[in-house]
Design a protein around this ligand. Structure first.
Ligand code: PHE
Ligand code: ZN
Length: 890
């Protein structure tokens, strides 16, 4: 095949033509769907006669008219990707195009497709070109109307963006609806839904007193499961008003749950489409984790209405402009709705387990990438993390530097300047800077340099001068295409603890010959943000009366790796005393990381493993500290992920890391058995399920204790866990107990898994949990079980959720995916080839599990490489998979 072309940020060109209005007409049918579009085309430069190039993919062109006149064949050209009008009229003109499409055959789930009998669309990033010929780029913003006609009994509900302005009956059992969206939008925000759906209805009164109708659409039987989604939506609408002064701008807001969906959800203007698993929840079928995810994602999509839709991206390289900012906003929303510290811990863990490893691999990308082959790959698996998650960290740093009020001023200016426009990351930066007259030095490098900065800190105390110095040095590792890096602007939040564990008052600090006063309104501060901008830099605090213990990078104020000279006893001290709860957790994680790395090397040298008693003691104090938040305790006694530990090794050794993690779990369970048992006892509740922070925290602590306990081969405990499983009244408790039982192969495991399936086989979302639990299992040779499950009647390779549960879940189990005999790699290689024919986006998400193959030993490297080469040699490979596989091999 012809090697796919790479597209570069630096080659951006303004469009030659803008589209002013777009009137779409869909005639939805069983054989085919006819799409007519009527576009007002306006040349950007008056009198220009450059060709008009439209994107199109898998379309059958039926007719094309310019200013009401059918075009002759010599006036245009169609190929597999474009429709080109060689010499359009000068001045504004109307373009009418009719195409035929086949949604029933569309398994890519991009463009218009069918899911469970209903029509729906997915247009971000480049799906609109599968619906009609168009300039499929986000800087083309137009006003849309959408007329839909379809069989009334099969498709009683017809939805699109904006307001319903007309609807009625047609001959032959058909009906129609006409929608009008008053806001200009890029085509990636277009949406259409037609099918048999019912809605949960509610209203929201905005801050200016307007009533907004809210509707969440699902098949009738699922309606009872939409209460939490509706609650989340209303909470998000209120929060955006309170925190950012942002009000919803239409009278109707629709959400539709779709069972076959590649991603989590999509922020189409006033018609958000959601993967069913992020809408549907009931206490019996969804876990606390699901409830939290629904809250976060409903918030996320709603927040896009301003950050993404009203102000959109100039081009797809700017994806972080909307995703980084909106992820940041949803993180803040979830923090305000629950526990800020726990949310931060969860987000930072995710960053460490997924983003950092990839940041040092062949797929390393800056927050704003410089090039791509297939745009969708920005969203597939790991790349999304650079753009969205690391992007959110960048937005968070603005807030850390400017404070809440300064950040809000920046946001206000951003909307004032850019409402209705398609803009760039620099525009956001400029708004933050200008609204605050801020000096942001080289902050923009966060968008263009890939790789996680490594920052080293050394400290020294001068007892005579009463000064305390922190010396920083920073280095950004080389990444593909970026061998040499500049120093970054890194905000480091610090506090200094005295010997009783209290924060010291900070009054002044010297940096680079400058004396900075830290006091605000003459009051000393107890935490401050140091602006580290050079390769090497020193900060000296004065009036420090005793040798402090530093609490560094509080709240994880920058997405970096920090290496400090803190001793083990300093870390235990911070674990016990730091007023910054995040850093208390962090101290525990640092201890655990060092401990694990030490044990890994013992394991590799066949030295017997011994658990440091101080570590057990530290965790015991946390576990028994009733003044701490319970969810915080649950996080604090959870060991770092295997990915995170492997990431810190020269040659990643999944077997050793796994063995050590299991060893620690079991050892802790032995030593803390009494405390864990009493934690389980004290945190049971027979009351009805309530989704709020105290109850979630209680369940989290009880359930992690149960997992620890279940690692003991103790018949009494097995009995206890079985009892928990049988008496559970909600999915959180039931599933946690099932997972605890399923750790060990044997009859108890088999019976429990069978029982769970027979209970829940009618509920596809719960069945996916059942797939995932088995897929992720570390029981030996689990690949065989997973292969069997591929043939299970409930499995279907065409449904992304099932693929993510079973195949994605399997790749998430280091011991089995990286099995030394290559069985895991072979399994994935074969599946990717099959999947690519059905759904390239999902296939490329899966193939990215190979991208870090060079991190492993030679045997594994050769086995993984062979699979990547096998994939590359497949005929008709998609651009999606081609890009990930070829970059992984490079
Ligand atoms: N923009 C979507 C969101 O923010 C993510 C997405 C991207 C969904 C591409 C579908 C396709 O949730
Ligand atoms: Zn988003």
């Amino acid at each position: 095949m012809e090697a796919p072309k790479e597209i570069f940020l630096k080659d951006y060109k303004m469009p030659d033509y803008y589209f002013d209005t777009v009137d779409l007409k869909f005639s939805l049918g069983e054989e085919k769907t006819i799409v007519s579009s009527k576009i007002t085309v306006v040349p950007r430069v008056e009198g220009s006669s450059s060709p008009l190039v439209l994107n199109g993919s898998d379309l059958k062109l039926v007719s094309i008219k310019v200013n009401n006149k059918e075009l002759k064949e010599e006036d245009y050209k169609v190929d597999a990707r474009h429709l080109t009008l060689s010499s359009p009229p000068s001045g504004t003109f109307t373009l009418e195009i009719v195409t035929e499409i086949y949604p029933q055959k569309n398994t890519s789930l991009e463009g218009l497709y069918k899911s469970s009998g209903n029509f729906c669309t997915q247009c971000e990033a480049e799906g609109f070109r599968k619906i009609t010929f168009y300039q499929d780029r986000p800087d083309i913003m137009a006003k849309y109307t959408c007329y839909i006609e379809a069989d009334k009994s099969l498709y009683p509900v017809l939805l699109s963006n904006g307001n319903l302005i007309n609807h009625g009956e047609l001959e032959g059992g058909k009906h129609y609806a006409l929608w009008e969206d008053p806001f200009k939008k890029p085509c990636y925000l277009f949406a259409l839904v037609a099918g048999q759906l019912e809605s949960r209805d509610d209203t929201f009164k905005t801050c200016s007193g307007r009533q907004v109708a809210l509707r969440i659409w699902t098949p009738a039987q699922d309606l009872p499961k939409t209460a939490h989604a509706m609650y989340s939506l209303k909470a998000a609408m209120k929060w955006d008003e309170d925190v950012f002064g942002l009000e919803y701008d239409l009278d109707l807001f629709n959400i539709v749950a779709v069972p076959d969906f590649n991603m989590g959800a999509m922020e189409n203007k006033s018609l958000n489409l959601f993967n069913s698993k992020l809408v549907l929840a009931s206490p019996e079928t969804a876990s606390d984790g699901d409830y939290a995810a629904i809250l976060g994602v409903i918030g996320h999509e709603y927040f896009h209405n301003w950050t993404g839709n009203r102000v959109t991206c100039r081009d797809w390289f700017q994806l972080s402009l909307k995703e980084g900012l909106t992820v940041f906003r949803d993180q803040e929303f979830s923090s305000d709705m629950g526990s800020r510290t726990v949310k931060r811990i969860a987000d930072v863990s995710k960053l460490r387990n997924y983003q950092f490893p990839q940041d040092s691999g062949p797929m390393a990308h800056p927050v704003r990438p410089h090039s791509y082959i297939k745009m969708d790959n920005f969203y597939t698996g790991k790349l999304l993390f650079s753009i969205s998650w690391n992007g959110a960290e960048v937005v968070r740093m603005y807030k850390t530097l400017l404070g809440s009020q300064g950040f809000r001023k920046g946001m206000d200016l951003y909307f004032k300047r850019h409402d209705g426009q398609a803009v760039t990351c620099e525009d956001f930066f400029a708004a933050m800077r200008d609204a605050n007259d801020a000096d942001f030095a080289n902050f923009l490098l966060w968008y263009s340099q890939a790789g996680t900065p490594l920052v080293k800190v050394t400290s020294s105390y001068n007892a005579e001068a009463h000064t305390y110095s922190l010396k920083f040095s920073q280095e950004v590792p080389p990444t593909p295409g970026q061998p040499a890096k500049e120093p970054m602007f890194i905000p480091v939040a610090v506090g200094l603890l005295d010997s009783s564990g209290k924060d010291m008052a900070l009054s002044t600090v010297h940096n680079d010959g400058k004396l900075l006063s830290l006091a605000s309104n003459n009051q000393p501060v107890y935490s401050t943000v140091l602006r580290v901008t050079k390769k090497e830099e020193e900060f000296v605090f004065s009036d420090i009366l005793e040798k402090p213990i530093p609490s560094l990078l509080r709240g994880y104020s920058a997405p970096i790796r920090l290496q400090s000279d803190l001793s083990e006893s300093d870390l235990f001290f911070l674990l016990a005393h730091d007023s910054d709860e995040f850093n208390r957790w962090e101290a525990g994680q640092l201890l655990a990381r060092n401990l694990m790395l030490g044990l890994v090397s013992d394991f590799q040298q066949n030295t017997p493993l011994v658990l440091n008693p101080k570590f057990v003691h530290g965790l015991r104090s946390i576990l028994c500290d009733s003044s701490l938040d319970k969810e915080f305790i649950a996080k604090a006694i959870t060991m770092p992920g295997e990915g995170e530990i492997m990431d810190m090794m020269k040659v990643a050794d999944p077997d050793a890391v796994h063995a050590v993690r299991i060893f620690i779990r079991k050892q802790l369970a032995l030593e803390l058995k009494a405390e864990l048992l009493s934690t389980v006892e004290k945190n049971r509740s027979s009351e009805e399920y309530v989704y709020d922070h105290p109850n979630m925290a209680r369940r989290a602590l009880k359930n992690i204790s149960l997992v620890y306990l279940a690692s003991l081969e103790d018949p009494e405990i097995i009995e206890l866990v079985l009892q928990e499983y049988k008496t559970a009244t909600n999915m959180t408790d039931q599933f946690a107990a099932l997972a605890a039982i399923a750790q060990k192969p044997g009859k108890a495991r088999d019976d429990a898994l069978d029982d769970f399936y027979s209970k829940w086989q009618h509920d596809f979302l719960v069945v996916n949990k059942w797939f995932a639990l088995q897929a992720m299992s570390d029981i030996p040779s689990n690949v065989e079980n997973v292969k069997k499950l591929l043939n299970h009647p409930a499995f279907d390779l065409r449904n992304p959720n099932k693929v993510y549960s079973l195949i994605g879940g399997f790749c998430g189990s280091p011991v089995n995916f990286h099995a030394k005999d290559g069985s895991g790699y072979k399994f994935l290689g074969e599946i990717v080839v099959q999947l690519d024919k059905l759904n390239p986006q999902v296939a490329s998400r899966m193939v990215s599990a190979f991208s870090r193959w060079k991190r492993y030993d030679e045997t594994r490297q050769n086995l993984a490489k062979a699979q990547l080469e096998m994939i590359m040699s497949t005929n008709g490979l998609s651009e999606n998979v081609f890009e990930i596989a070829s970059k992984s091999l490079a």
